[in-house]
Design a binder for this molecule. Structure first.
Ligand SMILES: *[C@@H]1O[C@H](CO)[C@@H](O)[C@H](O)[C@H]1NC(C)=O
Length: 170
């Protein structure tokens, strides 16, 4: 009798202990993409990430990890996961970390996906824009030295076409 009671209590404890695991880190979507700016710098229309994490226009080298971005989610919010990795002399904060495109109130650049003090960017498939979640800011094109520009109020957003690629090891 005693054993039966214990077994019953054990079964209850097991079932109430079940929790739904919600991943807090990024969940990668199925497609890795290269973004090409419509009306970008001729022969340098694709987005890439510099050693310091800024985003610039460069040649469309589809197989380069620094051109590749994977749409995904963090706690249900759309994010853009950057494929390349970083070295300590340039971005010590990103060494061994997954980077996401983030908006820091003025610019978009690569930041640690674990940060919660920034707005992450997402790709709006419907209109080809890269925008900040919950904000008007968008990537608006490039300047004379092919650095990407930001329109904080989203009046003039650039449009991008996407090409699915095989992810390259960072
Ligand atoms: C935002 O990012 C830009 C581009 O890298 C940088 O120049 C600026 O200092 C950053 N602003 C803040 C508040 O971190």
């Amino acid at each position: 009798m005693k054993l039966t009671t214990l077994a019953f209590l054990g079964a209850v404890a097991t079932s109430t202990a079940q929790v739904v695991i919600v991943p807090t880190g990024p969940v990668r979507g199925p497609n890795t993409l290269v973004f090409k700016e419509i009306g970008g710098v001729p022969n340098n229309e694709c987005l890439t990430f510099t050693n310091n994490g800024n985003i610039v226009n460069a040649a469309c080298a589809w197989a380069n990890a620094d051109r590749q971005v994977t749409p995904g989610k963090i706690l249900g919010t759309d994010v853009l996961l950057v494929q390349r990795s970083w070295l300590a002399p340039f971005r010590p904060d990103l060494v061994g970390k997954q980077a996401c495109i983030a908006f820091n109130e003025t610019s978009f650049r690569a930041e640690d996906c674990d940060r919660r003090d920034l707005l992450f960017a997402r790709f709006d498939v419907g209109n080809g824009r890269i925008v900040a979640n919950g904000h008007t800011a968008c990537l608006s094109g490039h300047d004379s030295i092919a650095q990407v520009t930001t329109d904080v109020i989203g009046r003039k957003c650039a449009q991008f076409t996407i090409t699915a690629v095989t992810p390259t090891k960072p």
